[in-house]
Design a protein around this ligand. Sequence first.
Ligand code: NAP
Length: 245
Amino acid sequence: MPERQTIWIIGASDGIGAALAQEWAGRGARLILSARRAERLDDLIKSLGDGHLAVPLDIEKPDTIRAAAEQIAAIGPLDRIVHLAALYDPGRISDQDPDRVAQIVSVNLTGSFHIARIAPKLLRAGGQLALCGSVAGYIGLPQGQIYSATKAGVINLTQSLRAELAGRIDVRLICPGFVDTRLTQRNDFHMPAMVTPEYAARAIIKGLNTRRFEVHFPRRLTYGLKLLAALPYWAALPLTRRLSR
Ligand SMILES: NC(=O)c1ccc[n+]([C@@H]2O[C@H](COP(=O)([O-])OP(=O)(O)OC[C@H]3O[C@@H](n4cnc5c(N)ncnc54)[C@H](OP(=O)(O)O)[C@@H]3O)[C@@H](O)[C@H]2O)c1
């Protein structure tokens, strides 16, 4: 990687993305930050110092993605793209509004597809594309609902891309456990091994600087869930059912 990396973060106006921007800026990276809320991006850019750029977009609107891609292509090839934009609504599947469900699929899964599609044109040869799954995508859990299904989809999509783009783009998967952001602040259940967005940002940067495909954290949570997902259904499903009590 070059000394001053140019990094595009999508979903940078809040939570993990904003913390990642702060952490990478502190390490000397040049950042391009995207999300819907332009004002929040501008405030963040001001707090980071000179040389960074806000490029607002709505991942649900392909014309805004195209315009952003054109603007970014004019800057020059990127070293990394980290795509974090996502929506989450807690609750049971039977209580979910179908229009909102369609929007969550559109932002979380189709949005990842849109970024994956434009990434090879924007990245330098060997540059890095990181998409964000979740431990919620490892195995279906009670109240996991559509969000978890989209994250399982992102994990699968990222695995496919890793094979498809091998030798051209360094494709990575990020799977956080519980991180204290506005996304999880709506949960009314106990969230074990919760970490701060700053912890998440440091774990992501550390993981992306290794050669491992998946960046997952905190390990005291992720290894247990990986084990659960690796069990045969006859053993795993009674355990997941117990979590709903
Ligand atoms: N927090 C956790 O415990 C946790 C656990 C596992 C995985 N994750 C994943 O980590 C990533 C970041 O989550 P977070 O907790 O930091 O969530 P967050 O605080 O809610 O931030 C989500 C970001 O996505 C952006 N976004 C949402 N809809 C968008 C759209 N249509 N177009 C463009 N940007 C959009 C939001 O900005 P605007 O509203 O300004 O558009 C915001 O910057 C997500 O992929 C999430 O699924 C989080």
